[in-house]
Ligand binder design. Structure first.
Ligand code: NAP
Length: 466
């Protein structure tokens, strides 16, 4: 008799690898599809929520409220969390095929893109990805060292991650102390000597990747003066046309906010203003050519750019005019990059799993029962909510394929638990995670924080009681 997956006679077994926003939206979508389905979600860490827990800045607590939605999914009986299980290491992808009819890879993008310029790996040249994971208490980044004893920091890139890094370096530490920032990061930021942050973009104010609310916030930081050079706001005709495009309202808003900041900068330059503790300069039309220094980075050689190309696709082109901006540290924030999982096709050049609308492609043809969602599917772009339609698209393909999927041999959650137990993997299920969660919140109460995160896997497992 032919097996009908997703029917009352045979539940569809789905594994979601990765418990960040993309994983949770995919789980929500497949569980809400009306078919008979079970979803097991794997994460290599004992804690769920991926980027929401380890990427969203600690002073952006309201964004983390989205977790309430993911908890609804996690509370369904058809859902099971397998935390502290590293797919590709603790259990092979081939083995998952034995227990699941469909696999959805939603592991995000945890590595960084490189600049590919001399001096990039000098001491005190850091990646934003490391810094963000460190201040958010990611266990794998706990031991990273950031030397904040110098006064001048350069942040390369102008996406929202660069803004997060610039803001965390510039915000008064007593404000950070009321967030869920990791204790080790708070301690080091309290000692930080950073007084001057430069956030450098290779293109102009009409192309900057950051978004309005984020740049607005930079203008309102206590004790920090936002500096924008009015000369940087002079636009070429193509950029003016870009800003008039109704589809680029976000960029126009950015430009208006930068104009206000530039006017305030001029007022302060004329002596009319306060005496802030720190400055944060947003600078445009400059590309890093080289990081220079002896025992550590001491400056960045920047080449002046002009823009070439048509509206919407203008690129930065060097003019040959170089200048040296001295500094004590550099944070490279030019985008995240996906990392391959053993047993899953991977496009090294793009840092994503090759796919067609979420169907994983192996050598150009769909790999049966394999799907992908989120940053590892489309690249590191968009806000948390962008992952919802993205995951829905993937699950739509899965549901279209359901009748033709190769049914797995052992559709049993208990069998998966047994396999992991034989391997002595200490699985953190959702109730166990809730114990970690409660313990963190309790620890936070003692220090006036919403939570004090555990920053090692051992501490988490102990709190989980597994
Ligand atoms: P991003 O938005 O793609 O920004 C990357 C930045 O790096 C851009 O300014 C880009 O300039 C620059 N860049 C790339 N290559 C460069 C090079 N070789 N030299 C100099 N500059 C270079 O990436 P992201 O900041 O990592 O953010 C990832 C996603 O997460 C984004 O969609 C972001 O909006 C989102 N996010 C959102 C929030 C929030 O909502 N609060 C917070 C954090 C992140 P070009 O524009 O010239 O390419």
């Amino acid at each position: 008799m032919e097996i009908e997956l997703g029917s009352s006679s045979r539940v569809l077994r789905v594994a979601v690898v990765g418990s960040g926003p993309a994983g949770f939206y995919a789980a929500e979508s497949v569980l809400g599809s009306g078919i008979s389905v079970e979803v097991d979600m794997f994460d290599r860490l004992p804690a769920p929520f991926g980027l929401v827990r380890y990427g969203v800045a600690p002073d952006h607590g309201s964004i983390k409220r989205i977790i309430a939605r993911y908890e609804k999914t996690a509370s369904r009986s058809e859902f099971m969390f397998f935390g502290n299980v590293d797919v590709g290491e603790d259990v092979a992808v081939d083995e998952l095929h034995h227990y699941y009819d469909a696999l959805i890879f939603a592991g995000g993008a945890s590595a960084d893109r490189r600049l590919g310029i001399p001096g990039e790996d000098l001491p005190r040249s850091y990646t934003a990805t490391d810094f963000v994971a460190w201040y958010n208490g990611h266990p794998a980044y706990r031991q990273r060292q950031f030397d904040l004893s110098g006064e001048v920091a350069i942040v390369i890139g102008q996406g929202n991650v660069a803004v997060d890094v610039a803001r965390i370096l510039s915000r008064p530490v007593d404000e950070l102390a009321r967030t869920d920032i990791a204790a080790h990061a708070l301690e080091q930021l309290a000692e930080s000597a950073v007084r001057e942050v430069h956030m450098i973009g290779r293109r102009g104010p009409a192309q900057a990747a950051f978004t309005g609310p984020e740049v607005k916030e930079l203008g309102r930081l206590n004790g920090c003066r936002l500096v924008v050079n009015p000369a940087d706001l002079e636009l070429n005709a193509t950029s003016r046309a870009e800003l008039e495009d109704p589809g680029r309202r976000e960029r126009r808003k950015n430009y208006e906010l930068l104009t206000v900041a530039a006017a305030a900068t001029s007022d302060l330059d004329s002596g009319d203003g306060d005496n802030p503790h720190r400055t944060l300069a947003i600078e445009f039309f400059k590309s890093p050519k080289e990081l220079v220094g002896g025992n550590g980075v001491e400056g960045v050689v920047l080449e002046r750019n002009e823009l070439v190309g048509g509206a919407g696709s203008q690129k930065a082109q060097g003019t040959g005019e170089n200048s040296l901006l001295p500094c004590d540290m550099v944070f490279r924030s030019v985008g995240y990059r996906g990392v391959a999982t053993k047993g899953v096709p991977f496009d090294e050049a793009r840092g994503v799993i090759p796919n067609d609308r979420g169907r994983v492609l192996d050598g150009g043809t769909p790999a049966p029962g394999m799907y992908t969602a989120g940053w590892i599917k489309r690249g590191p772009s968009g806000v948390i909510g962008t992952n919802k339609p993205d995951a829905i698209e993937t699950v739509g393909c899965l549901l279209e394929d359901v009748r033709g999927l190769p049914a797995c041999d052992e559709p049993s959650r208990d069998a998966v638990r047994e396999l992991l137990s034989e391997r002595a993997i200490r699985v953190v299920d959702y109730p166990a995670w809730r114990r970690i969660d409660a313990a963190e919140i309790e620890r936070g109460k003692a220090v006036g924080k919403p939570r004090e995160k555990f920053v090692t896997v051992d501490e988490m497992l102990e709190a989980a009681g597994v």
